[in-house]
Design a protein around this ligand. Structure first.
Ligand SMILES: CC(C)(COP(=O)(O)OP(=O)(O)OC[C@H]1O[C@@H](n2cnc3c(N)ncnc32)[C@H](O)[C@@H]1OP(=O)(O)O)[C@@H](O)C(=O)NCCC(=O)NCCS
Length: 193
C-alpha cells in the first residue's frame, strides 16, 4: 500500500503530523540551534542552513507524501505547537519485499530525554500496522553512539556495516544497518505475561 493517512499520531508525550508551510520558521530555528550536532551526521545540515532550505524541504516532503515516496512527520509537544523538536520519517526501501527505513533527528537542547526512542517506537507502529512492512531498518553512521543506543533500546539487531555509504563534511562514513522484523516487533510490543 502506498497511501498513508495524514491524520496526526500521538506518542506518550508528542504529536506527530505531516509538514505544513507554517513549519518553515520553526524548522530553521531548530536546525540552526542544533547545527554542530546535526552537521556531524546528516549531509543536508550544513552551516548556513536557512529559510530557502526549509521551504524546499517542506515542499519536497509534501510531494513525497502525496506520491507515497516518504512520510515525514514533525515532532511537537501538544502544549508548545510552534516549537520544533525534530523530524521523524518512514519510507519504503523495497515495496516488493515490504522493507522500510526510519530516520530521525532531535534538537540538541532536548536530547537525552528519550525523545528519539519514544517517537521511533510510535513510527514502528505506523510502519508495521499501517504500511504493512515486514522489515524496518535504521542506517546509522559508525560512531553515532546516541543513535546506536536508540536502535538497541528498541530491540533492533545490528546486521552489518555498509562501507563508505555517505559523505558528510567531505568525509566518507560507514553506515551500520540495524534491522527489526515484524515478528520480533510483535513479540516486543506484546504485553508481558
Ligand atoms: C541521535 C539522536 C536522534 C538521539 O535523540 P535522543 O532524543 O537524545 O535519543 P534518546 O534520548 O531516545 O536516546 C539517546 C541515548 O543515547 C545515549 N547517548 C547520548 N549521547 C551518547 C554518546 N555520545 N555515547 C553514548 N551514548 C550516548 C543517551 O544517554 C541515551 O541512552 P540511555 O537512554 O540509555 O541513557 C539525536 O542525538 C540527534 O538528533 N543527533 C543528531 C542527528 C542524528 O544523529 N540523527 C540520527 C541519524 S541515524
Amino acid at each position: 500500500m502506498d497511501a498513508l493517512s495524514t491524520h496526526p499520531r500521538f506518542s506518550e508525550r508528542f504529536l506527530l503530523r505531516p509538514f505544513e508551510r507554517r513549519d518553515v520558521k520553526p524548522i530553521v530555528e531548530a536546525v540552526q540551534a542544533s547545527l554542530p550536532e546535526l552537521h556531524e551526521w546528516l549531509p543536508w545540515a550544513r552551516p548556513g542552513y536557512n529559510k530557502d532550505d526549509a521551504q524546499a524541504f517542506v515542499r519536497d516532503s509534501q510531494r513525497s507524501w502525496k506520491e507515497g515516496r516518504a512520510f515525514d512527520f514533525v515532532i511537537r509537544r501538544p502544549s508548545e505547537p510552534t516549537r520544533h523538536i525534530g523530524n521523524i520519517s518512514v519510507w519504503h526501501v523495497s515495496k516488493a519485499f515490504h522493507t522500510g527505513e526510519i530516520g530521525y533527528w532531535v534538537r540538541t537542547d532536548e536530547t537525552a530525554h528519550g525523545i528519539a526512542t519514544e517517537v521511533t517506537r510510535r513510527m514502528l507502529q505506523v510502519a508495521f500496522d499501517e504500511l504493512s512492512m515486514h522489515r524496518v531498518i535504521l542506517r546509522i553512521a559508525v560512531g553515532n553512539r546516541a543513535s546506536e543506543r536508540v536502535a538497541q533500546k528498541l530491540g533492533f539487531t545490528h546486521e552489518g556495516v555498509l562501507r563508505e555509504e555517505i559523505k558528510v563534511r567531505g568525509q566518507w562514513l560507514d553506515h551500520m544497518v540495524w534491522g527489526l522484523l515484524e515478528h520480533e516487533y510483535r513479540k516486543l510490543a506484546a504485553p508481558q505475561a
